[in-house]
Design a binder for this molecule. Structure first.
Ligand code: SF4
Ligand code: SF4
Ligand code: SF4
Ligand code: FES
Length: 945
């Protein structure tokens, strides 16, 4: 695995059906019209010297190094800004050009510190390379003139430095921030010699910069450089792998010295990210070697005992013996497991296989239960498959983007950059969100409509949008006739046309002015345009989460916005492998590939392969497991890579249930919140330590490749296989590729997937089978997976969680960019610089009436419990609605949330909790108790002499 040096073509590829042939240095080359002369030359393997050009950015033409001669043209045009034309005859290397280039380089070098040998970028510096390429040997102007050597370094960003003394003002960083990231944090101040790159009037940390790293990536010198490279030196080899944070699934080159990661560089060939990244994947990987990692298995008889380190053999034998004992004394159904959306497909597959084959029940569930389970239910019911319809690239063809209950700039930042690019090109945006999220107005983007609905009224909103479509003649009748079930459509159309679904009637619930909603509906449904729906947990985490997913599917079908580029219904999945965890049979009623456990033919196939009789009855969901534990019927739980004592609603209920169990087995990187209630701790492996695959929100299966040895000696899949074997259900695999081969044999949508094919193609979007051997970027193109599209009646039923005099405000929860989920990983990185604690956002009106100002400690109380946190008064919120995140365990945001959940899937209603807020001067009782007991429940006994 040598260091991968990706080819830089100098300017971005052009997609044109017209090809042009030109002659460069005596060789003919044919390229799509619009391609630069520089990129055409690169196609022939001819590198024209360049500094301000790179193929992730539009050409700028400022450095004058890439000059060429073109027959019939005067002067020496820049090859980066000159488009190839048919019949053009170009010469790239002549004495005249060499002299001009040398002159340009002399000017640059005369104002550049001559510390190449000790510079951190030595060997990875384009300025150095270009000095060599033009044969620069001396600088006629000397080094004594005016220069920038004394300019001050900006080291405020935790991950990279900015050393203006080395800047050549090529503008690549500024353009990367604008074109690639879409943040517009950088600017060039001054003119001529005084031109300088500046992150606004402040330093990087205090600026608009979101630390995505695009400018660092683009910088051709050591001006912007990773601190890890400064500390460790240049990497010597690379391994291509996949980010383990969000559902975008960005590909990275892990660049190493030995088995030590020096930096993570976004991979240009990555199908999901095409060379871009966000602060988490790019920089926040240090948790993998954090001192808090637990690398020895541990057991204890009671949770009040200190942990005792044991061998892998003893830990696994103990867990297996306990599960057998519990099943013998309390019945087969007294134990179960929870798989993780952070783990690989192969690991998740093995956990459900262990449950079905070794524990002989279907008590397997996954954290998708608390995020996107309604997506699975809703899209399967209407379209026939439990996944989003598009690839990310599709957004480049959208004319109208309807964004509902999602905040992509924080939750799915790399996709947000794609979306912002399309919006800057002129696509229209409709945001439906209780908060004024950044995308409502951000540099060069302004939403056409912000439907600022009250939390809990999504279904009323989507029904009103559909009402306008149906009653104003905006239905795509040809699409509906050809592609959908007509009887279902007609009964749905009658229902939706009812006066109760009109914008005027629903305004009463949603708070969205009827005229605004009508205008938004007309915009989304505009005939002949591509309308695309993107949504997040603001849709699913409601008592009507599944209804809302079906409501959006209805809307897309009625307007014909399904089955081609630029349209669709697209869930922005939360965790890295939540799609995969669902695909792999993590639900108690479904085998891998979403086939019901009661289906005899499917069960026969799994029984034949696994050699075990399998249960035809669905097992327990997570909430049922917890309830049964409190009833005394559920006694043992194997939890791989999830932290339900922080992530799940009503923590008091969760922890009481965990305390009621006799054997809780936690497999994780750290002694997380749930591990406080565990009896067996099995050390996990980070994404850098294992092989496998993740499936992202666009159904893209990406390879995860081992970068370093597992710190604890075993990957999760090996531990699960050992546990199954100890339970009497032998599992033997030499490599995760063998697990994938079994998945492919048993799962029709994965039938054509193999590690060899993944290595060859880079990634594959399922379904991948005989009909689609290289995968399926866009689904439901000619027909829906279920045959005809099915319209579902989506009656709005208000949540039972009601505000009143005691709890007059609505709390809604979400995420922020720099932290991830329960924060176990990101809290152990420098990302704390941006978000060191969870805070409560509230509107000035609600703050003022309570005497609250930003920075005050406030008590946040609901019917479930009370916590205290600091207030931030801001106009992002609407009056009556407050907001917080759940990234910090000590805050305990889920102490507040309730047991209400989606009617179809039990996905918790995190987004609607009636609360009261008041000033306080003390932490809450829960917080104080939690702080005191956390240390006690995490004690590790000193190792025996
Ligand atoms: S790190 Fe990203 S957001 Fe920050 S200045 Fe660079 S490109 Fe812009
Ligand atoms: S910081 Fe780097 S990319 Fe930006 S202008 Fe200076 S040299 Fe160019
Ligand atoms: S967008 Fe998501 S997958 Fe991509 S780098 Fe950021 S956290 Fe990782
Ligand atoms: S690379 Fe063409 S002008 Fe700089």
């Amino acid at each position: 695995m040598p260091l991968i040096q990706e080819i830089d073509h100098g300017t971005p590829p052009r997609l044109s059906n017209t090809q042009v042939t030109l002659r460069i240095d005596g060789h003919d080359v044919t390229v799509p019209a619009g391609t630069s002369v520089m990129a055409a030359a690169m196609q022939l393997g001819t590198k024209i010297p360049k500094l301000c050009a790179t193929d992730s950015l539009e050409p700028f033409g400022s450095c004058r190094l890439c000059l060429v001669e073109i027959e019939g043209r005067r002067g020496t045009p820049a090859s980066c800004t000159t488009q190839a034309e048919a019949g053009m005859v170009v010469t790239t290397h002549t004495d005249r050009l060499a002299k001009l280039r040398k002159g340009v380089m002399e000017l640059y070098i005369s104002d550049h510190p001559l510390d190449c040998l000790t510079c951190s970028a030595n060997g990875d510096c384009e300025l150095q390379d270009m000095a060599g390429a033009v044969g620069l040997r001396e600088v006629r102007y000397g080094y004594t003139g005016a220069n920038h050597f004394a300019d001050t370094k900006d080291e405020s960003n935790p991950y990279f430095t900015f050393d203006p003394a080395k800047c050549i003002v090529c503008n690549r960083c500024v353009r990367a921030c604008e074109e690639v990231q879409g943040t517009f944090a950088l600017t060039i101040t001054g003119r001529g010699f005084d031109s300088r790159v500046a992150p606004g009037p402040t330093d990087f940390l205090g600026s608009e910069c979101v630390s995505c790293g695009a400018c660092v990536q683009a910088c051709p010198t050591a001006t912007l450089i990773e601190k890890s490279v400064i500390a460790l030196g240049q990497p010597e080899k690379s391994v291509v792998t996949t980010c383990a944070y969000c559902g975008v699934g960005c590909s990275f080159k892990a660049e190493l010295q030995g088995d030590r990661v020096v930096r993570m560089v976004p991979y240009k060939q990555g199908g999901a990210n095409a060379g871009h990244s966000c602060v988490k994947g790019r920089f926040a990987w240090g948790y993998a070697t954090h001192r808090d990692r637990i690398t020895r298995p541990m057991i204890r008889a009671a949770i009040t005992d200190p942990w005792r380190e044991v061998s892998w053999h003893e830990a696994i034998a103990h867990a297996a013996a306990e599960f057998k004992r519990l099943q013998a004394s309390h019945g087969r159904d007294a134990v179960g497991a929870i798989s993780s959306s952070r783990c690989t497909n192969e690991e998740v597959f093995l956990v459900q296989k262990l449950v079905r084959g070794a524990l002989a029940n279907n008590n397997i569930d996954t954290c998708a239960r608390v995020c996107h389970a309604p997506t699975g239910y809703g899209l399967k019911t209407t379209f026939g498959t439990s996944a989003g319809t598009q690839d990310f690239k599709s957004v480049a063809h959208a004319d109208i983007i309807l964004l509902i209950g999602a905040n992509p700039t924080d939750g799915h930042p790399v996709f947000a950059s794609r979306m912002k690019r399309r919006l800057r090109q002129g696509a229209k945006l409709i945001v439906a969100d209780p908060r004024r999220i950044d995308l409502v107005r951000t540099p060069h983007i302004a939403a056409s409509h912000h439907l600022q609905l009250l939390p809990g009224t999504n279904v009323a909103l989507v029904n009103a949008l559909a009402h306008v479509v149906v009653t104003e003649g905006l239905v795509d009748e040809a699409f509906v006739r050809q592609r959908c079930d007509l009887a279902d459509f007609e009964s749905w159309a009658r229902f939706i046309a009812g006066a109760e679904n009109s914008p005027e009637a629903t305004e009463h619930f949603t708070g969205v002015p009827a005229a605004e909603l009508r205008a938004a509906a007309r915009l989304y449904a505009a005939p002949g345009k591509n309308g695309a729906i993107y949504y997040g947990l603001g849709v699913t985490e409601h008592s009507q989460g599944s209804t809302m997913v079906m409501g959006m599917a209805n809307l897309a079908m009625a307007t014909g916005n399904i089955g081609r580029d630029g349209v669709g219904v697209n869930p922005l999945r939360g965790q890295n492998n939540v799609q995969g965890a669902c695909d792999m049979g993590s639900f108690p009623h479904e085998f891998p590939g979403y086939r019901h456990v009661s289906d005899d033919a499917t069960r026969d196939m799994f029984e034949a392969t696994w050699g075990r009789p399998l249960d035809a009855e669905p097992g327990l969901r997570i909430p049922n497991m917890l309830d049964e534990a409190l009833e005394g019927n559920f006694k043992g739980l194997y939890i791989q890579g999830e932290d339900i004592a922080q992530s799940d609603p009503n923590i008091q209920h969760v922890t009481a249930a965990l305390r009621a169990m006799q054997c809780v087995v936690v497999q994780d990187l750290f002694l997380n919140e749930t591990a406080q209630y565990a009896h067996v701790f099995l050390p996990g492996a980070s994404f850098l330590e294992k092989d496998g695959t993740f499936t992202n929100a666009e159904r893209r299966i990406n390879r995860v490749r081992q970068v370093m040895e597992p710190l604890a000696g075993m990957s999760e899949w090996q531990v699960t296989a050992a546990l199954a074997t100890a339970l009497g259900f032998p599992m033997h695999y030499n490599h995760p590729s063998e697990i994938m081969a079994e998945i492919a044999r048993l799962t029709p949508s994965f039938a054509g997937v193999s590690y060899d094919k993944l290595d060859q193609l880079g990634s594959i979007q399922w379904p991948c089978n005989a009909a689609a051997p290289t995968g399926t970027p866009i689904m439901h193109v000619d027909r829906f997976v279920r045959g005809t599209g099915r319209f579902m009646i989506t009656e709005f039923v208000p949540t039972e969680e009601r505000t009143g005099p005691r709890f007059p405000l609505i709390l809604t929860t979400g995420r922020i960019l720099s932290q991830y989920n329960v924060g176990q990983q990101t809290r152990r990185t420098e990302n704390l610089a941006w978000h060191a604690e969870d805070v409560l956002e509230l509107h000035p009106f609600d703050a003022e009436s309570r005497g609250i100002v930003t920075g005050d400690l406030v008590a946040l109380a609901s019917r479930s419990g009370e916590i205290a946190l600091h207030a931030v008064v801001c106009e992002r919120m609407q009056p009556g609605v407050v907001y917080t995140t759940f990234h910090h365990a000590r805050t305990g945001a889920n102490v507040i949330t309730t047991d209400f959940s989606d009617w179809a899937t039990n996905c918790p209603e995190y987004k609607v909790t009636a609360v009261q807020v008041r000033r306080t001067n003390a932490m809450s009782k829960w917080q104080t108790t939690h702080e005191a007991q956390a240390g006690a429940l995490r004690r590790i006994a000193p190792a025996a002499e």
